[in-house]
Design a protein around this ligand. Structure first.
Ligand code: PGA
Length: 252
């Protein structure tokens, strides 16, 4: 059984105080959510405080990014995966489309970040997804295959246990335009096939694949009803405790 993961990506929103307020408001609302892992990704500066305040609860913290460098060193402005772990994070998001498109992250950088996250003992949420023009040209699957292949290059079977894939079609992020559950399911099934071919059928069966892109309380149940959708990466609708709790508690 693949345990679903519902992760909130707070992007570059919230001061430390605001992040703590939202996290503490969320905590009791999702305290009975044993059906899934609940994750929040605040900005780096808020990770330690939010993780401390959530200690002992079922809500865990993620970094939104990490350095490609495994060791500490002269890399001004970077934060290593082991430093995220040190601050209380259990997960790290790598390869988010905003990182790929606004900060020119390549598949090889995403791969290095994933390896750094695994080496630090974090669970890595690796994002993939096509832009609208690629979908319209009929090359969405090829794009996603390339991102998966590049991103997971050189990972061992035990490394793969620590990888979660998030399929986030870029045209659905922050646009209010969600992929239909059928569109998402189709790509999730494709991702699982790529993992089976590239790695192993066992790794593919165990892989958790999250959907991201305008997930809301109104559409989560339809998405989660799909066979290959194992959770969600939620941006805008995770910023408020109430709406994120409704998504976490999609089972009603
Ligand atoms: P959104 O963002 O839910 O606001 O579309 C999703 C994401 O970027 O992870």
């Amino acid at each position: 059984m693949r345990k679903p993961v519902i992760a909130g990506n707070w992007k570059m929103y919230k001061t430390i105080g605001e992040a703590v307020d939202t996290a503490l408001a969320l905590k009791p609302l999702v305290a009975n959510a044993n059906h899934c892992e609940v994750v929040l990704a605040p900005v780096f500066t808020a990770i330690k405080t939010v993780a401390d305040r959530l200690e002992g609860s079922n809500v865990h913290v993620a970094g939104q990014n990490c350095s490609t460098q495994v060791e500490e060193g002269a890399h001004t402005g970077e934060v290593a995966a082991f430093m995220l772990r040190d601050a209380g994070a259990r997960y790290v998001i790598v390869g988010h489309s905003e990182r790929r498109h606004l900060y020119a992250e390549s598949d090889s950088m995403v791969n290095k970040k994933a390896r750094a996250g695994i080496a630090a003992g974090l669970i890595v949420i690796m994002c993939v997804g096509e832009i609208l023009a690629q979908r319209e040209q009929g090359i969405a699957e090829n794009v996603v295959r390339g991102q998966l292949t590049g991103g997971s290059s050189g990972l061992t079977a035990s490394d793969l246990d620590r990888i979660i894939v998030a399929y986030e079609p870029v045209w659905a992020i922050g646009t209010g335009r969600t992929a239909t559950p059928e569109q998402a399911q189709e790509m999730h099934a494709f991702i699982r096939r790529v993992f089976a071919e590239r790695h192993s059928p066992e790794a593919a069966r165990a892989l958790r694949i999250l959907y991201g892109g305008s997930v809301k309380p109104e559409n989560i149940a339809g998405l989660m009803a799909q066979q290959d959708i194992d959770g969600a990466l939620v941006g805008g609708a995770s910023l408020e405790a109430d709406s994120f709790a409704k998504i976490v508690n999609y089972k009603g």
